[in-house]
Ligand binder design. Sequence first.
Ligand code: G6P
Length: 589
Amino acid sequence: MCGIFGMIGQNAVKTTLDSLRYLEYRGYDSAGIAVKRKEGLEWTKCMGRISELQKKAQGMAESDIAIGHTRWATHGRVCEQNAHPFVSEDGAFAIVHNGILENYLELKKELPNVHFSSQTDSETVAHMLSAVYRGDVLEAVLAVAKKLQGSFAIAIMSVYDNKLYAVKNKSPLVVGVSRNGTYLCSDVGCASRQAEQVALAEDNTVAVLSDKGVRFFDFDGQERRAKFFVAEQSAELQTEEGDVMLKEIFEIPQKIRASRQGYLQSGGLRLSDEEARRLKRIYLVGCGTAYNSGSQVACVARNFLDIDILPVIASEFIYDNYPVGEDTLAFLISQSGETADTLRAAEKIRHSGGITYAVTNNACGSLGFLCDYVSNVCAGAEFAVASTKAYNCQLVTLTLLLADIAVSRKTLSVQVRKDILCGLEEVAVASEQLLTDVYPLVRLAEELKKCSAVFYIGRLSDYPTACEGSLKLKEISYIHSEAYPAGELKHGTLALMEEGVAVIALATDEAMAGKIAYSVTEVVSRGARVISVGHAFPEAENIPLPKVHPYLADIISVIPLQLLAYYTAKSLSRDVDKPRNLAKSVTVE
Ligand code: G6P
């Protein structure tokens, strides 16, 4: 799971290195670049971030053809040998790969005399190309493409011509053209920084890039057409000092407003009243933070919708037997719009006749293209690996979508829907308020960093918020953390309560505060310390919350948790923007 970039055009080395920085959200444990020269191929690679590669490639002369890679290890540990590009033994082919080759062990057996220099699946492709080459590069690429199984976007260069070849199945591949060059890349945002027009390659496609343009073929060599479009210019990477995650948290109030506005301007819910009335069930499908937002909004929507609303983890949905038919609507939630599990779930739902509706922060991403309808959550580009503002915006968009379905089904009055819309401005103001005095959270973080474990508890819609708070903390501080519905604590987890453990109790719903109070007493009497968010309990330190519409309370209750995770990680000197073992977008199943 990685990012790939390739181009034909002036200053290819500089542009490739710069583009790889943009793709670092897809993986950042090692990186490499290969260029074509008259004398042959030249490449360099190293462990660590793109900044390391930039240092290492400083002496590299410019070229008009380059391919580059940023890695998130799947096959083989993180080391220089396993970093891409891989070059065939004869030095004729260099490749970079995003995805997983499921049959690479069998393919390796077809190359008994080859010395493999890495433990990766990807290296096989470079050697296969050289083994099948008989004077025509495209023929060799097609012959190899037909043998590959799994998910792949592979960029190939060779000494034999001045072209780049890209082979694609399941992993994203964007191809771009401009007056200055031709490009291939793992995402639209990155490609559109260079290209005037971009196209998304279909599965089982070989793209051939030359300085004249791009041609597409299926694996049998039949020419294919692709639809080019002008993509929205993406935001540039932050260059000023400071952590991106903190900056993104502080953008939340402004993005809540943008999300509400974006929803209204785009025309809101795309389903007709008739379609909404026919629905029998709604799934909210996503991974990580995106799953938590679906899970959170499902709890709220059960208050006003009269059908089954079920949050499901995308990687489970793919293999489980959830019923899907024409009466099924699935919201596929994904910040990046590129998460492999979510894409596979969307494909499955489409196949079974359900309606697919992408809720994404990247309407031009693969998910947006795959689904019947798209809503952009309008959080603006998010770069920190731990998602923050996109979560708040997913809650805004999903709440509005589900409220509009309920209005169509006449289970929610137009007036309450209006209250929700107006309430969102109060939510933006409340979030500004929460961000004005962060000192108490900085102080609490100093305590949390000493804890052996931190548990997050809540009931009803506070429980998904607890899950999100816990995910944030473990992702970036590496402190062990779990979330539970508060009532479940007594069924096992209470055994872990002792001194040195902290419990964060979410209590935004006054009606449930009495129930949370039991859990607070239970854990305090076993030596754990408690911090409550919302309602104040005598035994716990409290983070108060401004009052907002009850259906919208979770959009703000998560903010102190996002900040707590950030400040705790910071005081432990963690790399908050790029935590270990993670990537912002997980493009393998
Ligand atoms: C990865 C990231 C998470 C993110 C999840 C889903 O696991 O580390 O922060 O929530 O992917 O990403 P998506 O782009 O689909 O929202």
